[in-house]
Write a protein that binds this ligand. Structure first.
Ligand code: NAD
Length: 487
């Protein structure tokens, strides 16, 4: 299988190569095959991408938002027409099963172009402020050249979730995908260009943690939006802060999912499984600490085990496959190390924990894993694992579980399953997280703000709220009478 793009970077409306950049392979995690060979951006490529974005941005910002939106909506249409092809590419990039990518990846990217292309024109208006004779007005203006840096779990979605609000607001974007999943963003750039986006407005360059700083520190960059780990977030936010650049930080989590004993049991188990095993557990907002009230603990665990052991693991390109490999060998090793730690610290391994049968030896597969009897102090309950490992913890009452759920440095997401409506609202009010769910988990439609609090980051993606993070206000005071100077 090959997925070799014409060149490593997409700059100024065309593919560009610079073989002086360090070569790296793109690996299909289901088989270990090398599917493409690329080069990381050299400083010259970074400069070229940013210079091209800077050149293009002024004219783009001067267009009406409706005209900009028309191009984004056309890109959304093209993405939907090519959903199969893009989903297969996403599967090659990440190893996620086609069953998922066909409904969740290019489609959610297209949603972003459609939503921002359609509604943002009206949302970019300013205010009129009456001042008794005099008045003021505000203008919402773009920031300039914005940098997007992506994680490897949703490469196409992240490229679109950052690109759509940046572009509709009149900015240019230079996007760097994760070195683990370099392919999808190039296609997004190609499609935007095909949809009529003027050259230079959405450039993609490749590279890793040594390339990122070249972008973040570049003098012509006004804003950085990162999706990545807390550790990377601290570095990127620190570098951006030293130059007073705007930042959006979409970082990691260790989110609580609370199941009260009056919950619809099958629904709660389904939510917990989706919130731990979807995308082979590589989802930032996953509810990896599942707090189950003691009254239903045994029933919950036995049905969870039964349902988990039926998950179909295998070739991600086969429609029936429900769980693919992890994105890379390094990530797989990290997850196995956490599983060993879980066992050593006394958690009960309910199911999984090993390599599934009948998968290619070079594939980075792991069984969906559930630990029960997990306590708050265990490493697996405190650190983000980023793999298909669910930790089940027991609790007695509401006050106790809220305090324990909040006892973490993270604050990305949280969920509650209960049939008591007032309790559901009381609990979400007290949970410290940016994105919460009642009686479901992990749904993130483009209409709803998405993002974290505490160490999980700041700023919001999706919804009109995202526009605040890609624009700034200009206030203009207009005097209607001569200046009365006392001297
Ligand atoms: P990572 O932090 O290792 O890398 C993220 C990106 O940052 C990559 O493109 C990487 O090359 C780049 N990078 C690394 N160091 C950098 C530096 N010093 N300066 C600039 N760029 C740098 O994360 P990952 O392993 O790719 O992704 C997994 C993490 O992402 C998890 O912690 C997960 O929770 C988080 N994530 C968060 C969200 C969200 O929306 N909150 C979504 C997806 C993933």
């Amino acid at each position: 299988m090959k997925a070799q793009p014409p060149a490593s970077h997409f700059i100024d409306g065309e593919y560009v190569e610079d073989i002086n950049g360090a070569a790296f392979d793109s690996i299909y995690p289901a088989t270990g095959e090398v599917i493409a060979r690329l080069h990381a951006a050299t400083p010259a490529i970074v400069d070229r991408a940013i210079a091209s974005a800077k050149r293009a941005q002024g004219e783009w910002a001067a267009m009406s938002p409706t005209a900009r939106g028309r191009i984004l909506k056309r890109a959304a249409d093209i993405m939907r027409e090519r959903n199969r092809e893009l989903s297969e590419l996403e599967t090659l990039d990440t190893g996620k099963p086609i069953q998922e990518t066909i409904v969740a990846d290019p489609t959610s990217g297209a949603d972003a172009f459609e939503f921002f292309g359609g509604v943002a024109a009206a949302a970019l208006n300013g205010d009129y402020i009456p001042l008794g004779g005099d008045f003021a007005f505000t203008k919402r203006v773009p920031l300039g050249v914005c940098v997007g840096i992506g994680a490897w779990n949703y490469p196409q979605q992240i490229a679109c979730w950052k690109g759509a609000p940046a572009l509709i607001s009149g900015n240019a974007m230079v996007f760097k995908p994760s070195e683990n999943t370099p392919l999808g963003a190039l296609k997004i750039a190609e499609i935007l260009f095909e949809a009529g986006l003027p050259k230079g407005l959405y450039n993609v360059i490749q590279g890793d943690r040594s390339t990122g700083p070249l972008l973040v520190n570049h003098k012509d960059v006004a804003k950085v939006s990162l999706t990545g780990s807390v550790e990377t977030g601290r570095k990127v936010a620190g570098a951006a802060a030293s130059q007073l650049k705007h930042v959006t930080m979409e970082l990691g989590g260790k989110s609580p999912l609370i199941v009260f004993d009056d919950a619809d049991l099958e629904s709660a188990i389904g939510g917990a499984m989706l919130g731990n095993f979807y995308s082979t557990g590589q989802v930032c907002s996953n509810g990896t600490r599942v707090f189950v009230q003691k009254g239903i603990k045994q029933k919950f665990l036995s049905r969870l085990k039964e349902r988990t052991e039926k998950i179909i693991i295998g070739d991600p390109m086969v429609e029936e496959t429900q769980l693919g490999p992890m994105v890379s060998r390094a990530q797989l090793d990290k997850v196995f190390a956490y599983i060993e730690k879980g066992k050593a610290e006394g958690a009960t391994l309910l199911t999984g924990g090993g390599i599934p049968n009948d998968v290619p030896a070079e594939g980075t597969y792991i069984q969906p894993t559930v630990f029960a009897d997990v306590t708050d102090d265990m490493t697996i309950a405190r650190e983000e694992i980023f793999g298909p490992v669910m930790c089940v913890l027991d609790f007695d009452n509401e006050d106790e579980v809220i305090a324990r759920a909040n006892g973490t440095e993270f604050g990305l997401s949280a969920g509650v399953f209960t049939s008591d409506l007032t309790r559901a609202h009381r609990v979400v009010d007290r949970l410290e997280a940016g994105t919460l769910w009642i009686n479901t988990y992990n749904l993130a439609p483009v209409e709803v703000p998405f993002g974290g609090s505490k160490q999980s980051g700041f700023g919001r993606e999706n919804s009109l709220a995202a526009l605040n993070h890609y624009t700034e206000l200009k206030s203009v005071y207009v005097a209607m009478s001569p200046v009365q100077a006392p001297y």
